[in-house]
Design a protein around this ligand. Structure first.
Ligand SMILES: [Zn+2]
Length: 54
């Protein structure tokens, strides 16, 4: 799996991230890096809260 180290260096997931922070982080993450998919639990939660997934 490809990992975009540079992006990860610049975009660290905050400790104790809120749901919104995690959702945002993962939405950006999928655009720049392929090291891991958006967790299904998070995806489901995003759908419930009507947050658009691109
Ligand atoms: Zn990554």
């Amino acid at each position: 799996m490809k990992i975009n180290k540079e992006w990860h260096e610049k975009n660290k997931m905050p400790k104790n991230a809120t749901f919104e922070q995690r959702a945002k982080w993962h939405m950006e993450h999928v655009k720049h890096c392929e090291c891991r998919p958006v967790p299904e639990k998070l995806l489901a939660e995003m759908k419930e809260k009507h947050i658009k997934v691109e």
